[in-house]
Design a protein around this ligand. Structure first.
Ligand SMILES: Nc1ncnc2c1ncn2[C@@H]1O[C@H](COP(=O)(O)OP(=O)(O)OP(=O)(O)O)[C@@H](O)[C@H]1O
Ligand SMILES: NC(=O)c1ccc[n+]([C@@H]2O[C@H](COP(=O)(O)O)[C@@H](O)[C@H]2O)c1
Ligand SMILES: [Zn+2]
Length: 264
């Protein structure tokens, strides 16, 4: 068998704040892809959305990035990339994926020219991944990694929200990059893929990971708990709790988080 296709897992989202479940997504996604034998996950990237996204309860990007940095102290393979959130305007996810792919193409050790590299990459993403083709020659393996979108099933299902995603963006994401989707309570990603012509067309590019140890942590529930002065210890990394406390984020009432790590 030839070499597996190298993959970078990219998670886009608000991360307001980053939770333990966001971190778990990377572990689940890497295990699932590596187990196929077709892929080798080489790194993970968290790209917090720009303040220009304008979502309710989005604390400034500076704070969301610092919380991600604090959370990633325990990971040796997932990194923060602040490019998207340093822009003042919102970028569609397709554009974010394209940006990172171009970055990795231009930094890879390929001996071919950047334009040839991109051509090789898109050929491989669309056709090789769909047909399970494993590169066989040394020249073929000398490629930059494919950036795949790592997301929860709720993000996948948001593809059907009228006006939220451009159809050409969905097709670009799923055909050129591919998705790694983590199941979430109340979602049915397999049925959602079946119901969509474009997702069914590229279903070989979508890996659905069932999380059997289900954990419905969400940033919304964390913000609610913080607002009410309830402990969020063991739901967020301690460094993230310390940062929230230090900067008085999410309107925590005074004297509610008194211990380092927020336990009480
Ligand atoms: N418990 C979870 N299980 C699976 N995926 C999750 C979970 N929590 C978040 N995600 C995924 O993480 C990514 C980033 O999501 P986001 O920042 O919106 O987190 P969130 O917890 O859903 O926040 P919010 O409640 O503010 O929407 C998305 O792809 C989302 O589907
Ligand atoms: N059309 C698009 O590209 C599109 C639409 C909606 C959300 N998103 C992205 O999905 C992520 C999810 O964010 P929330 O679930 O926090 O709203 C964000 O990174 C956002 O930029 C992209
Ligand atoms: Zn969300």
């Amino acid at each position: 068998m030839g070499s597996p296709v190298k993959v970078i897992l990219l998670a886009c989202g608000s991360f307001s704040p980053i939770t333990n479940m966001h971190l778990r997504m990377f572990e689940l996604g890497r295990d699932a892809l590596n187990k196929t034998g077709r892929f080798q996950v080489v790194s993970g990237v968290i790209s917090p959305v720009s303040d220009g996204y304008g979502k309710k309860d989005l604390v400034p990007a500076k704070h969301r990035c610092e919380m991600v940095r604090a959370a990633l102290k325990t990971s040796d393979w997932v990194k923060l990339d602040p490019w998207e959130c340093t822009l003042s305007f919102w970028s569609p996810t397709a554009k974010v994926l394209r940006h990172y792919q171009e970055q990795y193409d231009s930094h890879s050790n390929c001996k071919t020219t950047p334009s040839k590299k991109r051509k090789k990459l898109s050929n491989r993403s669309v056709s090789d991944v769909q047909t399970n083709h494993i590169p066989s020659s040394d020249t073929e393996t000398d490629q930059s990694p494919v950036v795949k979108l790592l997301c929860g099933a709720d993000l996948l299902e948001s593809f059907a929200v009228p006006g939220l995603w451009a159809q050409e963006d969905i097709e670009y994401i799923v055909s050129t990059h591919g998705l790694v989707v983590i199941s979430r309570v109340g979602t049915d990603p397999h049925k959602f893929i079946y119901d969509s012509d474009v997702l069914t067309k590229y279903k070989e590019n979508i890996v659905v990971v069932t999380e059997w140890i289900s954990n419905e942590i969400s940033s919304t529930k964390i913000r609610t708990a913080l607002r009410r002065g309830e402990s969020v210890k063991y739901l967020l990394q301690d460094g993230v709790i310390d940062y929230i406390k230090q900067h008085q984020l999410y309107k925590i009432p005074d004297n509610t988080i008194s211990e380092p790590g927020g336990g009480h």
